[in-house]
Design a protein around this ligand. Structure first.
Ligand SMILES: C[S@@+](CC[C@H](N)C(=O)[O-])C[C@H]1O[C@@H](n2cnc3c(N)ncnc32)[C@H](O)[C@@H]1O
Length: 271
């Protein structure tokens, strides 16, 4: 690793990474609709080298490598060593532990992608400018990020359930790094333009994420705000059964359906 400025986030994601790695197959299933959007983007034109920022356990990095076949190299980069420890390296897929905001890249990329991995920078303009430096002339980016909390009721239910477990925890800073930090399209466009990216397009992308009902409790226990709250609970199993009821509205027979309201942000290196 070169250096790290987002140390609070690094600590947060090192702790979260253990749960993500444990529940990797469930995460990959739930978030697959967005993996498909990014793999499709990668196939739009020939690629030499692709970077996946905030790659987590690497599902998108590997999916793009599989879609592109033998030629291009795919690099996944993440600040969390526990996430990267869960990322399976294979073929022309490589993973790096680094802070995307300040990492000095030894190579350049003609496509930079991310699925929910670019909302956690303390200085987003510096981070997106650093990624511009890592892009080849004519290179482009494609990021998937969350729209507002109100448009993503599954996420709100999870944070409310977590808050009920830890009533004394300070509320998250709505203006700081976090899942919804790029939800406002106008200010997000400005961030990318101030960073030097051109041709910024921000479009809604809505998908229904699904999983079998029997995976809901393992999902909630290992990921997101409830997993963090459970670490402090004295009887985690009893507590998770209590909060499970809050998710009834998303259960349809033996399937869980979570509507996800996101942005697809695309931009290119100005010529
Ligand atoms: C919500 S997870 C998404 C993981 C993965 N992209 C996926 O879709 O499965 C966000 C990821 O961003 C990473 N992250 C947060 N801040 C970062 C930074 N400054 N540099 C690199 N990665 C970062 C976290 O460690 C975490 O793995």
């Amino acid at each position: 690793m070169t250096s790290e400025v987002n140390s609070e986030q690094a600590e947060w994601w090192n702790a979260a990474g253990e749960g993500w790695a444990k529940a990797q197959a469930i995460v990959d299933l739930v978030l697959r609709p967005f993996e498909e959007v990014l793999a499709q983007k990668a196939l739009e034109r020939p690629r030499d080298r692709v970077l996946d920022v905030g790659c987590g356990t690497g599902a998108v990095t590997r999916a793009i490598a599989d879609a592109l076949g033998d030629g291009p190299e795919c690099v996944g980069l993440d600040i969390s060593r526990t996430m990267i420890a869960g990322a399976e390296q294979r073929g022309k897929v490589r993973f790096v532990v680094a802070d995307a905001q300040v990492h000095t890249f030894d190579e350049t990329f003609d496509l930079i992608v991310s699925r929910f991995g670019v909302m956690f920078f303390d200085d987003p303009v510096a981070a997106f400018r650093n990624l511009l430096r890592a892009a080849t002339p004519g290179g482009e980016l494609c990021f998937i990020t969350w729209r507002t909390a109100e448009e993503n009721p599954f996420m709100t239910t999870a944070s409310q359930a977590a808050a009920s477990l830890l009533p004394d925890a300070p509320p998250p800073d709505p203006n700081g790094p976090g899942p919804f930090s790029l939800a406002d399209a106008d200010s997000t466009r400005m961030l990318f333009e101030q960073s030097g990216w051109g041709g910024v397009v921000i479009e809604p992308v809505d998908r229904i994420c699904t999983m079998p009902e029997k995976l809901l409790v393992p999902y909630l226990s290992n990921l997101g705000p409830i997993a963090r709250a459970l670490k402090l609970a004295e009887e985690p199993e009893r507590v998770i059964n209590d909060v499970r009821g809050a998710f009834d509205e998303f259960v349809h027979g033996d399937e869980v359906r979570m509507p996800a309201a996101c942005w697809q942000i695309t931009a290119s290196v100005p010529l």
